[in-house]
Design a protein around this ligand. Structure first.
Ligand code: ADP
Ligand code: ZN
Length: 817
C-alpha cells in the first residue's frame, strides 16, 4: 500500500491536492506542517498538510512532494477546524483562508538558483563577455540567485543570457525553496576567555595603560556587568563608555573582547507597568456580575454601554480573571492602527504579556507574534489585533473581546475570505469552549437582534463613568442659516460661537466631515462638465494641498486643470467639501488657534496616526478636523465640543444600512465630547433637522432607532431578519457583464423567485476599468443557508462552463456589508 498526503495550497482551489509520500514521510507528517510541493508547470508552492491516507487520486497521477519544511505543526488542528468553517460559510477555498492567516514569510517562495554544470568542459573563448562574467563568478561561489546575476552584469534582463548558458550546457537552473524569515540578532560583548582570570586581567589593564580609550571601554564593561548582571549589548557599551564603535572593534580584533549574538524579538515591550487595574464603580461592578452570570448560560454576551461608561476597564477586569486561570485572551479591534491609545492602556496593565498583531508590522514581526502564540509563550497571553488576529494559532483561548462590534471594518471586503470577524470570533470561541464578549455604545442591529431573541446575553450600562452627563446635542438647520445669511463658508454662526467659547475656556474642538480632500466635484461654470476618472465611473476629487485631482477608487491622479477640458473656459468651480477645505476655513476663522487634520492623507506611514494623537493629547492642537477615523474609540480629556459639518451625506448614502450607520457614526463622534467631568456639547449641521435618525441621536435613543430600523428591515426583507448573499460580476466589457449577469440572475430566479434582486449596476458601476453588476439574494429565516449555498455553487459551476463567461470574475459575498 502506498501513502498519500492531501495538502492545502495557498491558492483558490476548491479541493485539497494529493501527493505521493514515502512510508517514513507518512509517519512523520502531521496536519499543520508545511511541505514544499510542485504544482502546475514548474512552480513550487508551500502547502499545508491536511491529512495523510492511502487512497490515490482518481483523475491525476500524484506527484511526490519536494521537501518537508517543519519538524512540528505550525498550524493547530483547532485552526484548521476554524478555517474550514470560514471557507464553507463564506464560500471560498481553504487555501484562501490559509493565505489570509499565515504571515507571508511562512509561505516560502521558490527561487531560481544558478549553479555550474560540473560535467561540462567549457572553453573561455566559447563564451560572450556577459556569459564569461557569470561563469567566472560561479568559480568563486557554488550557486547564485537571479538577483546576484543582475548586479554582476548590471543589467535588468538577464534571463536570455542565462537561457543561452543553459543551452550551451554551462550552467543548471534549479527551483529552490528558501526561508524568508530572518531572526533578528543582537550583538553582545564580553571579555575574551583568555583574560578571565584575575591575573590575566591585571596584565591586560597594564598593557592598556597606554591605550586610554580602550582601557576605558574595558572598565566600563566590568562596571556594567557588575551592576546589571545581564549580558551587555555592544550598542550599550558604546553609549556608556563614550568610545567609538571602532575602538570596541579593535578590542575584539585583538581578542581582548569577544562578540556574540542572541536572537531577540523585534517587538519588545520596553515600558514599565505603570498601573494596577482600577477600582470599578458600582455600575461597572454590577455589569461585570451580570456578564459573569450570563456567561453561565450563554456563550456570547453583548455589553451595550454608552460612550465613556468605562467598558474598557470592565474588559481589563475580565482579562485579569482569564489570566489568573491560565487562559489566553483575544482582544479584537476594528483597526489596530487607529487604536494606539487602547494598546498603550492595556500595556500599562499587562506589560509583556500583550502581543500586538499589527497590520503595519513587517513580515518578520508577524512571524515572531505567530510563534509566541503557538508556543503559548508568556508574551502572548493577551493578543490584540484587527480581524486577521482571529486566524492565529491560539492554544488555550478563554475569552474573545470584540470591541466596537458594530464597526463595518470587521467584515473583510476584498480579497476572499470575505469573513465577518465578529461572527467568525464566536465560532472560534466555541471551538475552544470559550466565551465571546461583544462591546459597543451603538450595537449593530444584528447583535442587538440576537440579544433580544435570547441568542446572546445582554448587559446594559447607561451611566458615563463619574456620572458625567451625555453631551448636549443641538441640531442646526442649514437651510435656515443660509437663508438668513448666517453662514461663513461651511460654518454656521452657532458653530462659530460654540467653538469660540470652548477655545476661550481652553478646551479642544473636534470637527467631523465624512469626506477627505478639498472638494469631491470640480465643475465648469459654463458648460457644466466635470472631470471624471478615466478608469472609474466617478468624478475626481480636488486635493488642494497637492493641487491635484484624485480618484478615491483607483488612486488615479492628475494635476488640477487650468481650464475646462470640454469647452476651454477657465472658470472652474468646486462643489461639495472635504476635510481639506474645512481645515482651510478653520485657519481663516480661527487664525490664533492651531489646527490639524486627521484623514487617510495625513496618517500614512507606520506612526502617522500615533503622532497626531499624541500632539492632540498634549494640547499642541486646538482643533482637529477629521473623517470617521475620529470615531474609533479615542479618549481625549479636553474635548468639550464636537461639530458635525454635514449630516446629510451620511443619511443619504445609498445603502440599506445607511441610517443605522449614520446613527452609530454620529453617536460615536459625539461620544468624544466631555469625557471627564464637564458636560460636552455637540452641534450637528443639517438640512433635515427633523429626520428621525437625527432626533434619535440628539436624544440618545438607541432603542428607538433600533425598533424603527428593525421594522424597516422586516418590511423590506433585509438583515437581521433575512440573510443576504451578494454576487458581483466584473468584466471590462460592458455588454459581456450585462449578458453574464442576466444569465446568472435568471438561473437564480428559477430557484429563489422574487428573493433575487437585480442584476443592477451599483452607484459606482465601473472601477479600475471593470464594469460591476450586482445580484442580491435574500434568504428568508426558514430557508436553509447551507442548501442555498449549495444551489448557488451549482449555478456558479454551470456558469463557468459557458465559454463566453469564463473571463467574467464572480465574487460571492455572504452576509454582505
Ligand atoms: P468606554 O470604553 O466605555 O468609552 P472608558 O473605559 O474609556 O469608556 O472610560 C472612560 C474614562 O473613564 C477613561 O478615561 C477611563 O480611564 C475612566 N474610567 C473608567 N472607569 C474607571 C474607574 N473604575 N476608575 C477610574 N477611572 C475610570
Ligand atoms: Zn479611478
Amino acid at each position: 500500500m502506498t501513502d498519500f498526503v492531501d495538502v492545502i495550497l495557498p491558492i483558490p482551489l476548491q479541493k485539497a491536492f494529493t501527493y505521493y509520500i514515502t512510508e517514513a514521510e507518512a509517519s512523520f507528517l502531521k496536519p499543520g506542517m508545511r511541505v514544499a510541493v510542485p504544482f502546475g508547470k514548474s512552480k513550487i508552492y508551500t502547502a499545508l498538510v491536511y491529512k495523510t491516507h492511502k487512497t490515490p487520486p482518481t483523475v491525476y497521477e500524484a506527484k511526490t512532494i519536494h521537501q518537508i519544511l517543519d519538524k512540528e505543526p505550525l498550524v493547530t488542528n483547532k485552526q484548521i477546524q476554524h478555517w474550514q468553517w470560514i471557507a464553507s460559510y463564506y464560500m471560498c477555498s481553504l487555501g484562501e483562508v490559509m493565505r489570509a492567516a499565515m504571515p507571508n514569510a511562512f509561505i516560502l517562495e521558490s527561487e531560481t538558483i544558478i549553479s555550474r554544470n560540473e560535467n561540462q568542459q567549457v572553453l573561455d573563448s566559447d563564451l560572450k563577455d556577459d556569459e564569461f562574467l557569470i561563469y567566472e563568478a560561479l568559480h568563486h561561489q557554488s550557486s547564485l540567485k537571479v538577483a546576484d546575476i543582475v548586479s554582476i552584469l548590471d543589467k535588468k534582463r538577464v534571463l536570455p543570457i542565462l537561457n543561452g548558458l543553459v543551452e550551451k550546457g554551462v550552467i543548471k537552473l534549479q527551483e529552490e525553496i528558501y526561508e524568508k524569515y530572518t531572526p533578528k540578532l543582537v550583538r553582545y560583548v564580553r571579555l575574551h576567555v583568555n583574560h578571565k582570570s584575575e591575573e590575566k586581567l591585571q596584565e591586560l589593564l597594564e598593557i592598556l595603560n597606554r591605550a586610554k580609550k580602550q582601557r576605558e571601554v574595558v572598565l566600563t564593561l566590568f562596571q556594567m556587568e557588575a551592576t546589571s548582571k545581564k549580558p551587555v549589548k555592544l550598542s550599550e557599551l558604546v553609549a556608556q563608555s563614550g568610545a567609538s564603535v571602532a575602538v570596541v572593534k579593535t578590542l575584539i580584533d585583538k581578542n581582548i573582547l569577544e562578540d556574540y549574538h542572541i536572537q531577540t524579538d523585534r517587538v519588545l515591550f520596553e515600558g514599565d507597568l505603570t498601573s494596577t487595574s482600577k477600582q470599578l464603580n458600582t455600575f461597572q461592578t454590577k455589569a461585570i456580575d451580570e456578564i459573569t452570570l450570563q456567561f453561565k448560560e450563554k456563550s456570547v454576551v453583548l455589553l451595550h454601554g454608552v460612550t465613556s461608561s468605562g467598558k474598557t476597564e470592565i474588559y481589563i477586569k475580565l482579562i485579569e480573571q482569564q489570566l489568573a486561570i491560565g487562559k489566553q485572551v483575544l482582544y479584537l479591534l476594528p483597526e489596530i492602527a487607529l487604536t494606539t491609545q487602547l494598546v498603550s492602556r492595556l500595556q500599562d496593565y499587562f506589560g509583556e504579556q500583550v502581543t500586538v498583531f499589527h497590520s503595519r508590522y513587517s513580515g518578520n514581526e508577524r512571524v515572531e507574534a505567530w510563534n509566541n502564540i503557538l508556543e503559548n509563550s508568556s508574551k502572548a497571553q493577551i493578543v490584540i489585533g484587527a480581524r486577521s488576529a482571529l486566524l492565529l494559532p491560539f492554544k488555550t483561548l478563554g475569552l474573545i473581546i470584540v470591541d466596537e462590534e458594530h464597526e463595518q471594518s470587521y467584515k473583510q471586503f476584498d480579497p476572499a475570505p470575505r469573513y465577518h470577524a465578529r461572527d467568525a470570533a464566536i465560532v472560534l470561541a466555541n471551538i475552544f469552549n470559550a466565551k465571546t464578549l461583544l462591546g459597543t455604545a451603538t450595537p449593530s442591529l444584528e447583535s442587538y437582534y440576537n440579544a433580544s431573541e435570547g441568542k446572546y446575553g445582554l448587559v446594559e450600562l447607561n451611566q458615563r463613568y463619574n456620572n458625567v452627563l451625555m453631551p448636549e446635542i443641538e441640531l442646526v438647520d442649514l437651510a435656515d442659516k443660509y437663508k438668513r445669511k448666517r453662514m461663513k463658508g461651511h460654518f454656521s454662526d452657532r458653530l462659530i460661537e460654540e467653538m469660540t467659547e470652548a477655545l476661550a475656556e481652553g478646551f479642544q474642538v473636534i470637527l467631523f466631515q465624512n469626506r477627505r480632500g478639498f472638494s469631491p466635484i470640480v465643475e465648469c461654470t459654463t458648460c457644466g462638465h466635470s472631470p471624471q476618472c478615466p478608469n472609474c465611473d466617478v468624478s475626481l476629487t480636488y486635493h488642494q494641498y497637492r493641487d491635484q485631482l484624485r480618484c478615491h477608487y483607483c488612486g488615479y491622479n492628475s494635476a488640477m486643470l487650468k481650464s475646462c477640458q470640454a469647452c476651454g473656459n477657465v472658470a472652474l468651480d468646486t462643489k461639495g467639501f472635504g476635510t481639506e477645505q474645512i481645515e482651510e476655513e478653520v485657519k481663516t476663522l480661527f487664525p490664533d488657534n492651531s489646527v490639524a487634520r486627521m484623514d487617510l492623507d495625513t496618517t500614512r506611514g507606520k506612526y502617522g496616526f500615533e503622532k497626531l494623537i499624541t500632539r492632540f493629547e498634549q494640547k499642541e492642537i486646538d482643533i482637529l478636523v477629521g473623517t470617521q477615523m475620529l470615531t474609533k474609540g479615542l479618549d481625549f480629556r479636553f474635548v468639550k465640543l464636537v461639530g458635525i459639518l454635514n449630516a446629510d451625506n451620511l443619511l443619504n448614502f445609498p445603502d440599506f444600512r445607511a441610517h443605522e450607520r449614520s446613527y452609530q457614526l454620529m453617536a460615536q463622534v459625539s461620544g468624544r465630547a466631555g469625557r471627564t467631568d464637564l458636560r460636552g456639547k455637540v452641534l450637528i449641521q443639517t438640512y433635515n433637522p427633523h429626520h428621525n435618525i437625527l432626533q434619535q441621536v440628539s436624544t440618545n435613543s438607541y432603542y428607538e432607532m433600533y425598533k424603527e430600523q428593525l421594522n424597516d428591515r422586516y418590511n423590506y426583507k433585509y438583515p437581521p431578519v433575512f440573510r443576504l448573499i451578494k454576487i458581483t460580476l466584473k468584466h471590462k466589457d460592458y455588454n459581456r457583464v450585462n449578458i453574464a449577469a442576466d444569465w446568472y440572475a435568471k438561473s437564480l430566479r428559477q430557484l429563489f423567485k422574487s428573493n433575487v434582486l437585480g442584476p443592477e449596476f451599483p452607484p459606482v458601476s465601473r472601477i479600475r476599468n471593470l464594469y460591476h453588476k450586482n445580484i442580491l439574494i435574500k434568504i428568508p429565516p426558514k430557508q436553509s443557508l447551507a442548501k442555498t449555498k449549495e444551489a448557488i455553487l451549482k449555478i456558479d459551476n454551470s456558469f463557468m462552463s459557458v465559454k463566453d463567461f469564463r473571463s467574467v470574475r464572480v465574487i460571492i459575498n455572504v452576509d454582505n456589508y
